[in-house]
Structure formats: C-alpha cells, structure tokens
Design a protein around this ligand. Structure first.
Ligand code: SF4
Length: 456
C-alpha cells in the first residue's frame, strides 16, 4: 500500500475517550497519517480502551485476538501494521498486555498521548514498548489542535476536556488509579479551543471531565475559577448556542454552578448526576462523601432555578453488603426524583479497589434480580418523561441527515434524539436550531415537525 499512512482508532467507553481519540488522530495528522474507518487498510491500529465495564481487560484481550489476525494477514501481503493499546486498560495492565498479547507494539496510558509520534518512532527503531507514566508536562499543550476540516467532519456538537482525573476514591472505581489526580486546564486554553470550534461551525459544546464540576482551572489573573464561572465565560463565545457538562459529582455542585443554570439560557436543562445508591449506609461504604438527603437537596435547588431540568444518573446495584432494605431505598429515591433516563449496572469487582476485597459480596442472582427491578422503574420514568413531551414544542439543534430522504435528526434541550420530517425540512441546515413540535414517540426517539423557521 502506498501514499499517506493510515490510522484506525477504535474508542471504547466514555466521551473522554472519544475526545482523546480525536486528539490522537489530530496529533498523528501532523505526522502525515489520515484516519480510516476500515481496520484492514490501516498501518496503525489503536484500541482506546475503557476500564469501567465488567471484565474490561478480558474484552480487550479478545479484541486483540481479532486485530492480531489482521496484522498477520497484512504481514502475509508484505505490509507492516503497528498495534497500540491506549486508555485506562493500558494504564491499569501496562506490560501485562504485551506479555499476554505479543502482537501489541505499544501500550500507552492516557497521560502520554502527546508523546505518540515519538513513541511510534521508538517502536519502529527498538520494538515493543510501554509508556504509562504520569509526566509533568501538560499533555493538552502538546496535543495538536484539529484542523477546521476535521472539526467540521466531526459535527456541530463537540466535547472539550476541561478536567481530568479524580481525587474522590469511591471504593468501587478505578479512575483515580488509571487517570490520576484531578487536573484542570487553564481557562484561557479552554476558551481558545472553544473559539476554534465555533469558528469551524460547532454550535454545542459539552465540557467534559471525570469529575467535571470539581473544575478549578487557573483564570486570567491567576485565581482558580469554578465550573460555573467557566460556563459563564464560554457562553459569551459567539456562535456557541448550547452548553452542557458531564460527568458531575454531587459533592461538587457548588453555588456558582447552580446559579449558571438560572442565568445562562444556553446551558441546557439536562444534568447527568450519578448517585449510585439511595441508601446512606451503602453510600458511606462506597465512600461517595454525600448522603441521600444531600442529593435530593441538589435536585430541589436545581429545579428551583430551572423548573424544567431533566436528570439522568448512574446506579450500582448489589454493592457489597447491600441489603433488600438498602435496595428499597434506591427504588424510593428513583421514585422521588423522577429521572428522564439513567444507567444502571450490577456491581462487579475491579481488581485493586477496596470494594473488591469487601467480604460480604452480594450473590449474582440477587444482583441480577435487583437490576431488573431497577431498570423497570427507570424505563417507566423515561416513558413518562417522554410522554410529557408529546404535543410540546422546543428547540432542536440539527446534527445530521436522517436515514430516510427528507428527514433530519437533532437533539432536544433534554438530550433526546428528535427525528424531524415534513415539507419544511429542506429549509433547515445541519447546525440550525429550530422549534419542533413533538408528534410521536418511540422508546428511543421523539418524532416531530417544524414549528417555526430555523434560527441560524
Ligand atoms: S467520583 Fe467518579 S471517577 Fe471519581 S472515584 Fe468516584 S466514581 Fe470514580
């Protein structure tokens, strides 16, 4: 194969990994690489892994088995393919990955992506290597910014990492070990990045971080800014019509952030606020550092400043020591809040975390049965929330063409997917925001027609 070398990056897990994959692609573009969606034609394959889900490492090893076969096929055709593993599994497993999967050439942790070009040159010279250091330099300073064309190709809604890492040490979670201590990017760097995105046509920005509302980046005069203050500043950037942020910790929902929901019309009325359990005893065992009452008070304060707030959350069921009474407290919290959506998982131990060594593990049968009950309750609430949207009109940001001619797909303020059809759809462009009246529902989407002319 001739021409520019090609890189295929496969992202697993959260938006932080999607963002990191984009920045890796941008950095490699500076080295002449073009991106390909077809792994079979790539010269470099990067698996950007996630450690959150159950048996994450095992899933990566089985994926590596498939990719190894591609590498072998390429070798038979006289072509050399470099295989890299990035992300949280790379950080957690390190050299073990190369020991178990010798086809891997490079293991690179999330804090070292700015060194990718150098690391790839070293691999070509010296053979397989592992870099899971937490270097002192700021990786964001050294990662290449995307070109306007690359930004446009990624759509009108973009993620911007403002914070990384976590100091909370919830007893079930690997993030503090794989992503390291909390680190916030300076305000000026974030503003410059969002301005570049806006210039390339981005209309909606989601500020992301493992613990985004613990943001405390340096402001222009040297003092630390809160996330609320940062949102106020980003909202002033011309062209940016919508803002979101994720993922938040209830303990960091400080006053300026709650005020931002009252003061910024562009801050969307939807918040993902993980609670994990409705039982104070389990929350303490999880080291969540907040109580059920704390959580409910935050929901109440946000609904007070923005009555149409929609909430989503994360739940872990069957955490070690969880009793039926603890689980009933979770179900009652769900009833009390009324979530628009939520993610729920059976607890599964992560090696190296304190909860993995707790003695009173809950049996799989009980975890499974509780998960089904919780998911039924959440599904009911989601159906109620969506049903309340029927007949209502709200603004939709159009993100892409639909599957059928004459159809456009966008997002509601509450993050629902909205499919729009009708005679006036040709008047609307990707990136426009227009009022849509919801006429029909399906479990995963709303359907509607244009209510007003689009606003640019
Ligand atoms: S706050 Fe979130 S990222 Fe941090 S340890 Fe807890 S669950 Fe993990």
């Amino acid at each position: 194969m001739s021409g520019a070398p090609k890189v295929h990056i496969r992202s697993f897990g959260c938006q932080m990994n999607v963002y990191d994959s984009h920045r890796m692609a941008d950095t490699l573009a500076g080295e002449g690489y073009t991106e390909t969606a077809t792994p079979g034609e790539a010269d470099l394959i990067i698996l950007n892994t996630c450690h959150i889900r159950e048996k994450a490492a095992e899933k990566v090893f089985s994926e590596l088995g498939r990719v190894r076969r591609l590498k072998e096929e390429a070798a038979r055709a006289g072509r050399s393919v470099t295989l890299a593993v990035a992300g949280c599994v790379a950080q957690a497993e390190g050299a073990e990955i190369i020991r178990r999967a010798p086809a891997v050439d490079l293991v690179v942790g999330p804090q070292s992506y700015q060194r990718l070009p150098t690391l790839l040159r070293r691999v070509a010279r010296e053979g397989a290597l592992v870099d899971t250091e937490f270097p002192v330099e700021d990786k964001f300073d050294q990662l290449t910014a995307p070109s306007p064309q690359a930004t446009r190709a990624r759509g009108v809604a973009a993620f911007v990492t403002v914070q990384e890492g976590c100091d909370k040490f919830c007893t079930f979670c690997v993030v503090p070990y794989t992503r390291g201590a909390e680190l916030s990017r300076p305000v000026a760097k974030i503003v410059a990045e969002v301005e570049r995105l806006a210039d390339a046509g981005v209309r909606e920005v989601t500020l992301i971080g493992q613990n985004v509302n613990a943001y405390h980046g340096e402001g222009p005069t040297g003092e630390a800014w809160t996330l609320g203050r940062l949102l106020q500043r980003v909202a002033e950037i011309p062209g940016i019509a919508r803002l979101r942020y994720t993922t938040s910790h209830p303990g960091d929902m400080e006053d300026s952030l709650i005020a931002a929901h009252r003061e910024l019309p562009g801050l969307m009325p939807q918040l993902h606020l993980p609670v994990q359990s409705g039982s104070d005893r389990v929350l303490a065992a999880m080291n969540r550092r907040h109580t059920r009452t704390d959580y409910l008070r935050i929901i109440e304060r946000l609904r007070h400043v923005r009555p149409d707030m929609a909430f989503s959350s994360d739940f872990i069921v069957g955490f070690p020591t969880e009793t039926e009474a603890d689980f009933a407290a979770t179900l009652s919290l769900v009833e009390e809040v009324g979530f628009a959506s939520a993610f729920s998982f059976k607890y599964s131990p992560r090696p190296g975390t304190p909860a993995a060594d707790m003695e009173e593990q809950v049996s799989d049968a009980v975890r499974h049965e509780r998960l089904l009950r919780l998911q039924r309750a959440i599904d009911r609430q989601q159906a109620v929330f969506n049903a309340r949207c029927l007949g209502r009109s709200f603004e939709v940001l159009f993100e892409r063409a639909g599957r059928y001619p004459g159809q456009l797909v966008g997002r509601s303020p509450y993050l629902q997917t909205v499919q729009v059809e009708g005679e006036r759809v040709p008047d609307v462009a990707i990136g426009d925001i227009a009022r849509v009246t919801v006429t029909q529902l399906s479990p995963n989407s709303l359907f509607g027609t244009l209510a007003d002319a689009p606003s640019a």
